[in-house]
Design a protein around this ligand. Structure first.
Ligand code: SF4
Length: 215
């Protein structure tokens, strides 16, 4: 079996409660969504078909126990499910970063899911697969709202309340888009919310810049 891959690399995890940890990334090609602020459009097409065995060999070379399977949207390829299971069987700690359009039902239950909810400014909020929010595991799964403006923050608060996410998710990540002008205002607004949320800045972009990938 194989997967269509855009890049495999070793770096520092830039987001979530795992931020700052050494992490190997397997970035799959393809995503059916088109968020207006997408920072990984280079994954939409192209890529190379790589066998599971070759990917596992690359990961072994890295010697890093934390692996993130990302995209694009990794759940767009059906082979990703047995791939994830094999990683877990081999003892890796596995993070799955998904855009929130596909069901997470078939993801091996040992994996830790970081699930996006698309807010209105993304242009894709109508395509969120809401049933995913009902199956979050509070001991491991994180939910991420990418915020482009204060209207997105308002939307996030409504969804947090409607789905009781403070009790359903391990962490609620509020992630302002990189380079946003009113970051301080958003940070202050989040700090006054009284909600169990975490401001999530993309560490890797502060280190290497917004347009650099594969590092
Ligand atoms: S779901 Fe992710 S990869 Fe797909 S368009 Fe949106 S931000 Fe880009």
């Amino acid at each position: 079996m194989d997967l269509r891959i855009t890049e495999i690399f070793l770096s520092i995890q830039g987001e979530s409660t795992h931020a700052g940890r050494p992490c190997a990334f397997v970035r799959l090609t393809g995503c059916p969504m088109r968020c207006v602020w997408c920072d990984s459009e280079y994954t939409f097409t192209g890529g190379t078909r790589i066998s599971f065995e070759e990917i596992y060999a690359r990961l072994k070379e890295f010697g890093c126990n934390l692996v993130e399977v990302t995209g694009g949207d990794p759940l767009a390829q059906k082979n990703v499910f047995p791939f994830i299971t094999r990683l877990l069987d081999d003892g890796y700690e596995v993070l799955i970063e998904t855009g929130g359009f596909f069901s997470t039902e078939k993801v091996d239950e040992r994996a830790k899911i970081i699930l996006d909810v698309k807010c209105p400014a993304s242009g894709e909020s109508e395509r969120n697969y809401w049933a995913n929010l009902e199956s979050l595991r509070a001991d491991r799964d994180e939910i991420k709202f990418v915020i482009a403006d204060l209207n997105d923050w308002k939307f996030a608060k409504e969804i947090i309340a409607e789905y009781d996410l403070e009790n359903r998710a391990k962490e609620i990540l509020i992630s302002p888009i990189f380079g946003i002008e009113n970051l301080a205002e958003i940070a202050e607004t989040v700090s006054r919310s009284g909600l169990r949320v975490r401001l999530n800045l993309q560490l890797h972009k502060y280190i290497w810049g917004a347009d650099v990938h594969g590092v």
